[in-house]
Design a protein around this ligand. Structure first.
Ligand code: PHE
Ligand code: FE
Length: 292
């Protein structure tokens, strides 16, 4: 997502809106091969894990022409489907820059790709996370509307001083959201689908809580940026997510000013419980305990 809340100057070589040329011709053969390894692994795993909207988007954009996708080749089809385009940025961008891009249906994607020793995990969003993880969902008309609305909502939340709450909504939907389907729970969150280990953890592991999505509940729940999530929120449909966010958030923000945070592993009486997790993974030290 984005970094801090103040206006910083774009880095040298970037435009005023922080975009840069993708520089597709300059990727090395090894970088293209890194994309191919990651792509093959996820494409093989995700049927039965990712939601249909994601899998359709992956097909529609033909992201596997061999090597890192060229934005000039993806954008005409993406634009035709939902009016979105992908633009290249050097890395994380300031919040207001991020929101302005989303509000105008431009998705800012990291230009660089992770190194070979980071195949399973890195904290900074690279092109694999941003393009493989986020862009397929942008081919879905409902999700496309949600992301634009989120960009506009971000600009508003910033003005109202409630960005921390809105960022949690983004985290628990766009990045780590699960969807209830007749076939079972499926992933739509980009942070999950772009990670082999978290795709399996998010759906199959007994540790995390899986709870029904509730807008205010989500905005009261802190999240972890350093490890697998301890709670995932399940939406009944993309339309239901969009509908829940169309209301005016100003009264919600006002109420949140005095509301306490919900502990990350809590289950509340009013939660709809899909899984009451054991929390064994987090209790055992998580990534620190399992790192090789
Ligand atoms: N409806 C929200 C507001 O009034 C904006 C929003 C839309 C936020 C979609 C997130 C997602 O601020
Ligand atoms: Fe992301």
């Amino acid at each position: 997502m984005s970094a801090d809340g103040f206006t910083a100057a774009p880095p040298p070589g970037a435009r005023e809106d922080w975009t840069i040329d993708q520089g597709w011709a300059d990727y090395t053969p090894e970088e293209h091969a890194t994309w191919d390894i990651l792509y093959e692994r996820q494409a093989a795993l995700l049927p039965g894990y990712a939601c249909d909207e994601f899998l359709h988007g992956l097909d529609a954009l033909n992201l596997h022409r061999g090597g890192i996708p060229n934005f000039d080749e993806i954008n005409p089809e993406l634009k035709r489907l939902t009016g979105w385009t992908v633009v290249a940025v050097p890395g994380l961008v300031p919040d207001e820059v991020f929101f302005d891009h989303l509000a105008n249906r431009r998705f800012p994607a990291g230009q660089f790709i992770r190194k070979r020793d980071q195949l399973d995990y890195l904290q900074e969003p690279d092109i694999f996370h941003d393009v493989f993880g986020h862009v397929p969902m942008l081919t879905d008309p409902v999700f496309a509307d949600y992301m634009e609305a989120y960009g506009k909502g971000g600009q508003r939340a910033q003005g109202l001083g409630r960005l921390q709450n809105l960022a949690r909504l983004y985290w628990y939907t766009v990045e780590f959201g699960l969807l209830e389907t007749p076939k079972g729970l499926r992933i739509y969150g980009a942070g999950i689908v772009s990670s082999r280990t978290e795709s399996i953890f998010a759906l199959d592991d007994p540790s995390p809580n899986r709870l029904g999505f509730d807008l205010v509940r989500t905005m009261r729940t802190p999240y972890r940026i350093d490890d697998f999530q301890q709670v995932y929120f399940v939406i009944p449909s993309l339309q239901a997510l969009l509908d829940a966010t169309l209301q005016d958030f100003a009264p919600i923000y006002a109420a949140l000013e005095t509301a306490s945070d919900v502990p990350i592993d809590a289950i509340l009486a009013e939660d709809r419980v899909f899984t009451a997790g054991t929390q064994a993974y987090a209790a055992g030290g998580g990534r620190l305990a399992t790192a090789d």
